[in-house]
Design a protein around this ligand. Structure first.
Ligand SMILES: OC[C@H]1O[C@H](O[C@H]2O[C@H](CO)[C@@H](O)[C@H](O)[C@H]2O)[C@H](O)[C@@H](O)[C@@H]1O
Length: 623
């Protein structure tokens, strides 16, 4: 699972630990280097970008001359990383956090009676190193490279051998606070070394807030990490987590989903990173630091399952507030601040992760036609309405606009949910989602007391379903990718997810088993076969984690419970050592591929777990 060529200077994707302050996130490699950090937001340019080019900035704190730690794990129930190092002379423990502070008047022991808020984030990356036994020399290297590695700045020290350093490039100002004596090398690199004896703690903190405040001393730094630990545990305490063997996986997924949420707007990024390749060394490299409306449906479902209604409401608010396109429909994706223009460009000066080029910033799919978007929005609104037991009046114009768009376009071809960059097609999953749009719109009309609309929308839903069953099945009665092919596509599993057909329908059963038997590599699911599909790209992909979790859920729906449990077990085993999932898993090399951590993968894990737990509970109750 962590294999990479030993000669590669890039760590395996599964080796990275994820930190978050719900404004931005960081990836920490095993050697103690922060290889990815964009400030102040998820979608800002990176200041540490070694993830995509070994020369694009790093921030390392570790025992001098040692690259392999003894243990690495999250402090349980948190996004705080704890790494222990066994050196020839002693043990060192390093703690890393993007700190979240209690508000004024609160301390770490205050019960979490309020939802988290924007000002919880301190805009600080705090790292402490404590010598547990013996002694050890630790080393700090902080070498930012601004604008995705394009620009280097010059550090200034408060005094020779001082412990505060500043660097400014454009409108990004970083300040390093530490109790180590610092030196500057080559202008752009701050370094420090120090011998710690048993019981000593040193700290280093990087700040980018307007005030540039940081910890006063090591005790303050440690206290901020402790407060962050309590923040996450109190936050998790608000979620409904099942007393079940799957709980640890659901818990980690909840922490990832929350960690990928931009707190000021409630929008969730699809993943922390850009351009981690889906094909090793290939061109399938995308920027995921944006919010897809489709992903929002799954996010809402997971959040409501976890009883995180506050977060779900925030997200619904974001969706309700984004600017529609000209026909009243929504773009398929937006910036985390709601911006519409996500024009794609490439950074050709970067090597890319393991030479996978180009590195893309922005996402050219933003103005694609993807006909599933209406169903995603309307399913979310129905879910939200059921949970909150009311249909807010301000959402009704959105319902009408989405239903009108879906009714007008469902017969048109589109790019499909995989955002193929080839010729538009009549994708079956897009038709399924148009059916979802009209079915959910009809249910919402019923709730609002609009019988005429209900009847009209319901009739369109029936028409779409009939069309799918007439044109979307192959000769065996199996759902196919689009109307002009017999190729399989895992997105048709959405027929089970959204209830197009009931679990005992032979066509659904055959479709789910066809994917399980014919669209898998060693049991893990491909979204489609790239040699059978014109997606406008070259190179073979790995198996898709979301599709494999969708298959678990679909197998549960069609009553193939043992197969579902076996696949779930295998999927849990391929998680990274931190319980994280990237977008894909390459079976032959047993490695993670694509952007990480990927919200889609974790959302689907929560759904699959929920279905398994529900089935067990129902069985227990009927005994
Ligand atoms: O494979 C082609 C497309 O891949 C990306 O899209 C994928 O990620 C999205 C975010 O999770 C998801 O909503 C979509 O269904 C996936 O196919 C990429 O962002 C696209 O630009 C690209 O065409």
């Amino acid at each position: 699972m962590t294999s990479n060529s030993p000669a590669s200077p890039f760590p395996p994707i599964a080796e990275y630990a994820f930190l978050s302050n719900c404004h931005t996130g960081a990836l920490v490699a095993a050697d103690g280097s922060v290889d990815w950090l964009c400030v102040p937001r998820f979608d800002s340019p990176s200041v540490f970008g070694s993830l995509l080019d070994r020369g694009a900035g790093e921030f390392r704190l570790a025992p001098y001359g040692i690259n392999v730690p003894s243990t690495r794990a999250y402090d349980p129930g948190t996004n705080v990383l704890v790494t222990t190092w066994h050196t020839p002379t002693g043990w060192v423990e390093v703690r890393d956090a993007l700190t979240m502070g209690p508000r004024t008047g609160e301390d770490a022991t205050t019960p979490h009676t309020r939802p988290p808020a924007d000002d919880d984030a301190e805009h600080l990356l705090v790292r402490t190193a404590t010598c547990l036994d013996g002694s050890a020399e630790i080393e700090l290297v902080c070498e930012p490279a601004f604008d995705y590695g394009r620009t280097r700045g010059t550090w200034t020290l408060d005094a020779p051998g001082g412990s505060t350093a500043d660097i400014t490039v454009g409108d990004v100002h970083l300040r390093l606070h530490t109790d180590l004596a610092l030196g500057v090398e080559g202008g752009d690199s701050v370094r420090g070394r120090h011998v710690l004896n048993a019981g000593d703690t040193a700290f280093v903190a990087l700040s980018w807030s307007a005030s540039l405040d940081g910890p006063r001393d090591a005790a303050d730094a440690a206290a901020r990490i402790t407060a962050t630990r309590e923040f996450w545990r109190r936050w998790l305490g608000r979620a409904r987590l099942p007393d079940h063997r799957l709980r640890p996986y659901v818990e980690r997924s909840a922490l990832v989903i929350k960690g990928l949420t931009y707190m000021p707007t409630g929008a969730t990024v699809a993943a922390l990173t850009t351009s981690l390749p889906e094909t090793p060394g290939g061109e399938r490299n995308w920027d995921y630091r944006y919010t897809w409306i489709r992903d929002s449906t799954f996010t809402l479902q997971a959040l409501h399952y976890l009883l995180l209604d506050w977060e779900a409401d925030e997200f619904m608010q974001f969706v309700a507030d984004v600017e529609p396109v000209e026909d009243g429909g929504l773009q398929i994706m937006y910036g985390i601040d709601g911006r519409r223009d996500l024009t794609e460009s490439t950074r050709d000066e970067l090597t890319g992760y393991q030479d996978a080029r180009p590195v893309r910033i922005g996402n050219g799919a933003f103005d694609q036609r993807q006909n599933d978007v209406y169903g995603s929005v309307l399913d979310s609104i129905l879910l939200h309405t059921r949970r909150s037991e009311r249909l807010p009046a301000r959402l009704w114009p959105l319902v009408e606009a989405q239903a009108t768009c879906a009714a007008a376009i469902w017969k048109e071809p589109d790019q499909g949910i995989w955002e193929a960059r080839g010729k538009p097609q009549h994708y079956v999953s897009s038709k399924i989602m148009c059916w979802v749009a009209m079915d959910r719109a009809a249910q919402l009309a019923a709730i609002r007391g609009e019988p005429e609309l209900e009847a009209g929308w319901s009739a369109t839903a029936d028409e779409i379903k009939a069309d799918i069953l007439e044109h979307g099945l192959d000769g065996r009665g199996v759902l196919r990718q689009h109307y002009d092919t017999d190729a399989l596509d895992a997105s048709t599993l959405l027929a089970a997810h959204f209830g197009l057909l009931p679990g005992d329908d032979p066509r659904l059963h055959a479709s789910v088993l066809a994917i399980a038997d014919e669209l898998t590599e060693n049991g893990f699911v491909l979204r489609y076969r790239t040699d059978e599909t014109d997606d406008g790209m070259s190179g073979k992909e790995g198996t898709f984690v979301i599709c494999s979790f969708w298959l678990v859920s679909a197998l549960m729906v069609v009553g193939e419970e043992q197969r579902a449990l076996d696949l779930m077990e295998r999927l849990l085993r391929i998680a990274s050592p931190f319980g994280l999932y990237a977008e894909e898993f390459e079976v032959d090399a047993a490695r993670h591929l694509g952007n990480v951590p990927q919200a889609f993968s974790h959302l689907a894990l929560v759904e699959a777990a929920a279905r398994i737990i529900l089935a067990e509970r129902v069985r227990e109750m009927s005994l």
